[in-house]
Design a protein around this ligand. Structure first.
Ligand code: SD4
Length: 317
């Protein structure tokens, strides 16, 4: 199934794929297509896990991570722990276009964004308020802390380190599988490639936490001379093994996209057999593939594809 151009993204985010595809069709660059597609998910609050109003951290705030990368020049821009700005991938693009830096974080990233003309607004919604209040009612079992005091059932922190190792129990119902970052790769008919990501991370994350999505080589990687990849899943684990970088390098060495995706997933599996994660891969000829770590409750990974053979975005797995 090779054909140019191509837009591929993680999860069944059809509108995002269609937005990127129609941008490409109307002559936009691959960078513009990726930015448009991911921004569509931010505006749509895709699955509650992209954009405002989702995945509040322990303090109740929604913070965003995003990245964009140019596969022709290897330029990249990213933001992490971005606050009060809805269009995270737009700010990532501004980091790339208007600074020599790659990654801006936290409050300073928000100030940068405001100076670039982005509007600051509260990212809280009724839904994110409810997620927080349910968590407070349930005694704030921390989802992502280990070896901490006091007993979280008695207090909602601040959490202190515990001297002896003891993993805190994950909160009942904490379901990482409902977290769906958009990661997108676009290839135009001249072989230009770009990739991008956008997410609001993980629910009840520790404030300040940054996931894999804004990290080059982890959340996404693209090189127009080899291919592109984007990952989704448990970013705290995935970012330790740079799966997107690995997949692109495997494609450069001749692996087909499916094999590259599978190897990137198995490399993580060697160390974290039960991790939740998936990856999409596309090479320079428009071949593509995907892989996920099959664990109970996650046996199929859905992703969206548009190319010249498809009349509208197709869901594959
Ligand atoms: C993160 N990778 O922040 C993101 C979450 C995600 O599917 O992709 N979930 O860890």
């Amino acid at each position: 199934h090779a054909s140019l151009p191509l837009v591929i993204n993680t999860w069944p985010f059809k509108n995002a794929n269609a937005a990127a595809w129609s941008a490409l069709q109307s002559g936009a660059s691959v960078l513009d297509a990726v930015e448009t597609g991911c921004a569509r998910c931010e505006a749509d609050q895709c699955n509650g896990s992209v954009g405002f109003g989702g995945s509040p951290d322990e303090s109740g705030e929604t913070t965003l991570d995003a990245m964009i990368m140019n596969g022709d020049t290897m330029e990249a821009g990213a933001v992490a722990d971005l606050r009060r700005i809805k269009n995270a991938i737009g700010v990532a693009r501004a980091v790339m276009e208007h600074t020599d830096h790659t990654l801006l974080v936290g409050e300073s990233a928000s100030v940068f964004a405001e100076n670039m003309g982005f509007i600051a607004e509260d990212l809280t919604t009724n839904k994110s308020v409810n997620i927080l209040s349910e968590w407070l009612k349930g005694n704030c079992q921390p989802n992502y802390r280990k070896n901490v005091l006091p007993d979280p059932s008695a207090s909602c922190g601040p959490y202190k380190p515990r001297a002896t190792a003891r993993r805190n129990k994950r909160a009942q119902g904490a379901n990482e599988r409902s977290h769906d970052t958009i990661g997108m790769v676009a290839l135009d008919r001249d072989g230009h490639m770009a990739a991008g990501t956008s997410t609001n991370g993980l629910t009840h994350k520790v404030p300040g936490r940054v996931g894999d999505s804004p990290i080059v080589g982890a959340g996404a990687f693209v090189d127009s001379s080899a291919g592109g990849a984007a990952a989704t899943g448990d970013g705290d684990i995935m970012m330790r093994l740079l799966p997107s970088y690995l997949a692109v390098e495997l494609m450069r060495a001749g692996a087909d996209p499916s094999a590259a995706c599978k190897t990137a997933i198995s490399r993580i599996k060697r160390h974290y057999s039960g991790f939740f994660g998936a990856i999409i891969c596309a090479n320079t000829t428009g071949h593509y593939g995907a892989a996920c770590n099959k664990v109970p409750g996650f046996s199929q990974f859905h992703f969206m594809v548009s190319n010249s053979e498809s009349e509208s975005p197709l869901m594959e797995y």
